[in-house]
Design a protein around this ligand. Structure first.
Ligand code: PEP
Ligand code: MG
Length: 593
């Protein structure tokens, strides 16, 4: 039966494919595709872990049977019996084999996928006793997963084999060759980076807001995506056919042939539009009245510079360096990146941009971007207000200095801007500058070459936007992080879908802070750009141009759409209108939103 689920549209376009469900539970496991030749080894890992658990349970059962009646609850032996039965259950082992052999899931992912399938069967049972066995099954799977820890192959996850397009797949009965769409309760930004190397045609999560980091990475993958779809991961089953309408924020499960045909048509229209935009790649971004506009790229990894170059970016306006630090367990890396590893990554980004500037932001860890094994949400009640970004760096001097040294060394290979996130206090600015000087002095003492950098501050906390003079005194340029500026101005958690309707980029308070920052920076002849999602949202292009913004940084996939808007705009004529929008009590109305 066809069902439609509504969520938030975070990345445009239509995707049609078979569902790959990533169950997020307390069983937090790595998800990646293996290569066909690794199937046997992966099956062996599961078998070995299962045998070890069986032995462990047998041992426990034997020791329980030695105990006197009052030393152990009499149900215990029975429970161990049930666990042993579940462990040997064919529904579990056959399913796991299917996900590994047919779908090339890694063993842990296969186990949790099959757990989900069997758990749903338990949920549907009439008999309460049997229904309750679901918890036992979860415990058994947990035991197997624990046994498997540390036994994964030490290879980086390879890309999966190419898939057919929806049209080529047709009615393909087993769907193995059909495009895949990812459905998850939640995905960490680190998971997303992992999936970036995969061939998913689209993705859906139950949770998340429009500018949550998961949504941001999704946008950078340039595939249709819907977040905040609340129940999607409960309603969709592995292998269901799913349509993701990233324009409307709708997910259609098990569509009828008529709906499929209609969306197939829309999908082709979208492809034609992209081809048309592609032709703008080499056109300079100049407004009708001759204003040259800088369109820069936001990247997460050095490899992303390829997409930035392809889209005709004039540099990198934001390299979110924290992505080098996240999701390392899944990549089988045991420690955080040291100076050398970071230097290599930054140098690759600098070289990738072939002489164009690269803005490297120092680590912005915390809030919804925790380091491995540190669920920020559990550590702090309000992670977004906690030890995040520059606050974290200043509390970890050795790590901060290593990162600064790596960036300064990379700056010897091409133009680099050093950008500091989330500053609010003059004291933090002073401390940061001392660290930068110290890093430079350390390099000099070592005889290493450091390049020159332009220094920038992110304006993403209202306190910063309201005390610009201290920032303009110390920095060469400002970069407005509208994602956080909106979050902190309106007190709306950007990752929480339950308040997503209140997350409003066109709120007068937000627009006034943005307008003021642009005006002040320009007045003092300092550079200013916007690197939050607002920069890539065409609904705001004319407004930002009218406010005097001449530098926009966004995902490579958004550059051409924004360029099209720039080419059609007369920046001079937009100034009066932009002032009216910012002074209005209802800017959304004037923006036609
Ligand atoms: C922002 O806050 O707008 C920004 C660009 O930084 P991030 O999204 O990484 O927090
Ligand atoms: Mg930010």
């Amino acid at each position: 039966m066809t069902i439609a689920i509504h969520g938030l549209n975070v990345a445009r376009g239509i995707a049609i494919g078979r569902a790959v469900l990533v169950v997020s539970s307390r069983l937090d496991v790595a998800h990646y595709f293996i290569q066909p030749q690794e199937v046997d080894a992966e099956l062996d890992r599961v078998r070995a872990a299962r045998d070890a658990v069986a032995e462990e349970l047998e041992r426990l059962r034997a020791s329980v049977s030695q105990l006197k009646r009052d030393e152990a609850p009499h149900e215990l032996a029975g429970l161990l019996e049930v666990h042993l039965m579940l462990l040997q259950d064919e529904a579990l082992s056959d399913g796991v084999r299917h996900w590994i052999a047919d779908r090339l899931y890694n063993a842990e992912w296969a186990l949790t996928s099959q757990l989900e399938v069997v758990a749903r069967q338990f949920d549907e049972m009439e008999d309460e006793y049997l229904r309750e066995r679901k918890a036992d099954l979860e415990q058994v799977v947990e035991r197997i997963l624990r046994q498997m820890k540390g036994t994964a192959a030490v290879l980086a996850p390879p890309p999966p084999p190419p898939r057919k397009t929806p049209l080529e797949a047709g009615d393909d009965a087993d769907g193995f060759d059909a495009p895949l769409v990812l459905i998850a309760h939640d995905l960490s930004p680190a998971d997303m980076v992992q999936f970036k190397k995969s061939v998913f045609a689209g993705f859906v999560t139950d949770v998340g807001g429009r500018t949550s980091h998961t949504a941001i990475v999704a946008r950078s993958m340039d595939i249709p995506a819907v977040v905040g779809a609340r129940v999607a991961s409960q309603l969709v089953r592995q292998d269901d056919w799913v349509i993701i309408d990233g324009d409307a924020g709708v997910v259609i499960v098990d569509p009828s042939p008529i709906i499929l045909a209609e969306y197939g048509f829309k999908q082709r229209q979208g492809e034609l539009e992209r081809e048309r935009l592609w032709r703008l790649r080499h056109r300079p971004a100049v407004t009708l009245d001759g204003e040259r506009i800088e369109l820069l790229a936001n990247i997460e990894m050095p490899e992303d510079t390829a997409a930035a170059m392809q889209a005709g970016a004039q540099g990198v306006g934001l390299f979110r360096s924290e992505f080098l630090f996240m999701g390392r367990e899944a990549r089988h890396l045991t420690r955080l990146p040291d100076e050398e590893e970071q230097y290599e990554a930054y140098r690759r980004a600098v070289e990738g941009m072939q002489g164009m500037p690269v803005t490297i932001r120092t680590i912005d860890i915390g809030a919804d971007k925790p380091l491995d094994g540190k669920a920020a949400r559990q550590e702090y009640l309000n992670p977004a207000l906690g030890l995040r970004a520059i606050r974290w760096s200043l509390s970890e001097p050795a790590m901060f200095l290593a990162q600064l040294r790596a960036i300064l060394r990379a700056a010897a290979h091409g133009p680099v801007n050093l950008l500091i996130p989330m500053l609010a206090h003059a004291r933090e600015i002073r401390q940061t500058l001392v660290f930068i000087d110290k890093a430079r002095a350390e390099l000099q003492a070592r005889g290493d070459t450091a390049g020159p950098v332009r220094l920038g501050a992110m304006i993403e906390v209202p306190a910063a936007a309201l005390s610009l003079s201290v920032f303009l005194k110390h920095f060469d340029f400002l970069s407005i992080g509208t994602n956080d500026l909106i979050q902190y101005t309106l007190a709306i958690d950007r990752a929480d879908e339950s308040v997503a309707h209140l997350y409003d980029a066109s709120h007068p308070a937000v627009l006034r802070l943005v307008a003021q920052t642009i005006a002040e920076a320009r007045r003092l002849g300092k550079g200013v750009s916007v690197c939050g999602e607002m920069a890539g949202d065409v609904h705001f292009t004319r407004l930002l141009l009218g406010l005097g913004l001449r530098s926009f940084s966004m995902h490579p996939s958004q550059i051409l759409t924004v360029k099209q808007e720039v080419l059609r705009a007369d920046a001079g004529k937009l100034a009066d209108w932009a002032r009216q929008v910012v002074e209005s009590d209802d800017p959304a109305e004037l923006l036609g939103r």
